[in-house]
Design a binder for this molecule. Sequence first.
Ligand SMILES: [Zn+2]
Length: 173
Amino acid sequence: MMRAALALARRSLGRTWPNPAVGCVIAKDGHIIARGRTQDGGRPHAEVDALNRAGEAAHGATVYVTLEPCSHFGKSPPCADALVRAGVARVVSAMEDPNPSVNGQGHARLRDAGIAVEVGEGAREAGETCRGSAPIRRSVSCSIQKPASRRRRSSPGRRGRCRYGSCARVPRR
Ligand SMILES: [Zn+2]
């Protein structure tokens, strides 16, 4: 299921500026009932896109998402609230959102509402989906953060976190 969500995120790569490319799959009884991805231009977010497609069926379902659902009011209301309202039972999220205005609060909000939350499945691949596309990676820097040094050139596949505060400056191709 997370694989399907990651595939959706990859499909959105480079098209969701200024937001990261996120994929979301809603499943029930082992079947995918809705898929969503962050739409071109960054809105709606993947979770809301998928919830819109799932409708009532989202109640009691499991949501797989490649990035922590947002918890803050940006240009749209928080996805964490939308998931709570939809009555989903469980959220499996690949990684915490490094954006300082989310940073764990989305997961916390879901847990507070009684939703089971699991974090970490597909984290490495999810990190890659918010890193920017290869040809511009050198200038971008959705650099991989290393504890001691921050080298721009890092081997592909290293576990890292995307800082899309700086991804936001990626020029559109
Ligand atoms: Zn969101």
